[in-house]
Structures are given as C-alpha cells and as structure tokens.
Design a binder for this molecule. Structure first.
Ligand code: 1HE
Length: 267
C-alpha cells in the first residue's frame, strides 16, 4: 500500500501489512537509547495512531532492539519547570489515548525492559504479549518523580493500586512469569516469540466485525466504570447497535447455515 501519507520519524516505524492492508505494525526504533520516549517519539506515536489508514483493522506495537522501552527520556526531564511538566504529561495522555481509544485494537509485543513510561505505553494497548525476557518496573520513585503517562489510571486497573504502590515504593522488578500472573500481560511466550504471537492475535482480531471491535474497545471499559444500572442500559444500547449491522446479520446467517470455520473450537 502507498505509505507516503503516514507520519515519519526516525524513532518510529509504521508498516502497513497483511491481506488488504488490514494490519499496522508500529515499532519504536530508538534502540541506541533503549527506546526511551522523548518528546519527539511521543508526538510520533500520537501522530501514527491518529492517522492509521482506514483499511487497518488491528495494530501491533513493539520495540526494536533489546528492550520494549526504557520509559521517559530522562535527559529531557532536567530541562522542565512545573508548567512545562504539566503540559508534557498531558501530551502523553493525548498520545496514549490515541492508542487506547483509537479506531482499532492494539496488541503490544513486549520484551526486555518495560519500565516507567514504557509500562505506561504498554498499558494503553488492549492486549499485551510478553516474551520470557520481559521485566517490568516503575523506577519513578527512585528518580524522585511520578508517573505522568496515564499510568496511575491504567496500571491499577491491570494489577490493583496496591501492587502498583509496591512497585513504586520499593522499586520492585517484576519478571515475565510474575507479570503474566499479576495481569500485566495476558500472554506469556518463549524468548523472541512475542511479535509473532502478537501478529497472529492481531490477524485474528482483524477478522472480527469492526463495529464489535470498536464497541469492545470503547464501550466495555466504560461500562466497567459505570454503576450496574447504567452499565446494563449502555450494554443493551451497544448490543442493539452491533446486532443491527448488516455484517452481524450475515455472520449469524453463516453460522446457522453451517458454513465452515464459524464454530467455536475447543482450545
Ligand atoms: C536512556 C534511558 C532513559 C537508557 N532516558 N536515556 N526510566 C528509567 O529509569 C530506566 C532507565 N534505564 C535503565 O534502567 C536501563 O537503561 C535499561 C534497563 C532500560 C537498559 O539497560 P542497558 O544496559 O541495556 O542499556 P544502558 O547502557 O543503560 O543504556 C543505553 C543508552 O540508553 C545509554 O545512553 P548512552 O548515550 O550512554 O549510550 C543510556 O543513558 C540511554 N538510556 N534509558 C534516557 N530512560 C511519562 S512519565 C514516565 C516516567 C518514567 O518513565 S521514569 C523511568 C525512566
């Protein structure tokens, strides 16, 4: 596909691939700095996820080199005053919101360091696949700073505020096995296999009805935060909209007609 319209940055690569260009692979390529996230890189991530081609049905987010991401580029931190710090954090919020509340589900492929802002970035994805080399940490406490990329909102939802507090107070490093057990990643795979697994999942996700994927990304987390009473109503409204789509009707007809590949198979 013509990729000339995609935003360009030497710290981020965006590849559109798959049959009918339905997958985007977004790779942090700032390997010399362990994919530390500079102002330029956070802006590139925002632009990439805000301008995915309309053919894309799912995206994979990964890091080149030995690590997924070393978090915030600390060399830029020392130059900021309080007001600039506020706007810097808000800039991360916009970029990571473009991932979490963008047009398509995002699968993060993790390996090596997933620390600080790197964990905040990974938390904005919908599915995390970690390989055996992955380790997670929130060294902000040691650096005398605080999370600023939405981590205080997203990470407690994955592992609970008490575990995030432990990671930040003690500088505890969580390994890949423990990370999967705690809920930082939904999948744990052998070393070097995270990207392949993430791509396979993204391909599978891309075959779902786009409206259902959108509803899952946008409605499910919001329903989870509503009162039960409001949640049931939101669920009913989303269910009604999803099932009224012509594609949904066709998919149900295909199942009822016994078409190949429509049955749920035992894992
Ligand atoms: C960096 C950064 C960085 C590496 N900012 N330059 N994040 C941290 O506190 C994590 C800091 N980084 C590390 O603990 C380690 O670098 C790693 C465990 C991730 C990787 O270790 P290693 O041995 O593979 O690499 P390295 O030799 O430590 O680093 C290679 C280069 O990357 C080196 O630069 P060089 O010019 O000397 O070659 C490092 O200085 C550079 N580098 N990490 C800047 N983070 C929205 S708020 C979020 C708040 C946070 O994220 S706080 C946590 C920040």
């Amino acid at each position: 596909m013509n990729t000339s319209a995609l935003p360009r940055s030497e710290d981020l690569s965006v590849e559109i691939t798959g049959e009918q260009s339905q997958l985007a692979i977004v790779t942090l390529t700032r390997t010399a700095k362990r994919n530390a996230i500079s102002d330029g890189l956070i802006a590139a991530l925002r632009d990439a996820f805000q301008s995915l081609p309309s053919t894309v049905r799912a995206a994979v987010l990964c890091g080149a080199g030995e690590h997924f991401s070393a978090g915030l580029d600390l060399s830029e931190l020392k130059e900021r005053d309080a007001g600039q710090g506020l706007h810097h954090s808000r800039g991360w919020h916009v970029a990571l919101d473009a991932i979490e509340h963008g047009p398509v589900p995002v699968v993060a492929a993790l390996h090596g360091a997933v620390v600080g802002g790197g964990l905040e970035l990974a938390s904005a994805a919908h599915i995390r696949v970690a390989d055996a080399t992955t380790f997670y940490a929130l060294p902000e406490g040691q650096r005398g700073i605080f999370v600023g990329g939405g981590g205080s909102v997203r990470i407690p939802k994955l592992i609970g505020a008490h575990r995030m507090l432990d990671m930040m107070l003690t500088g505890r490093v969580v390994n890949a096995t423990e990370g999967e057990r705690l809920g930082l990643a939904q999948y744990l795979v052998p070393e070097g296999e995270a990207l392949a697994k993430a791509l396979a999942l993204a391909e599978r996700i891309a075959t779902n009805a786009p409206l259902t994927n959108y509803a899952l990304m946008h409605a499910l987390p919001r329903i989870a935060e509503q009162s039960a009473d409001h949640g049931y109503l939101t669920e009913a409204l989303i269910a009604a909209i999803a099932q009224s789509a012509p594609e949904a009707k066709q998919r149900v007809r295909d199942f009822l007609a016994g078409k190949a590949g429509t049955k749920v198979k035992k894992a």
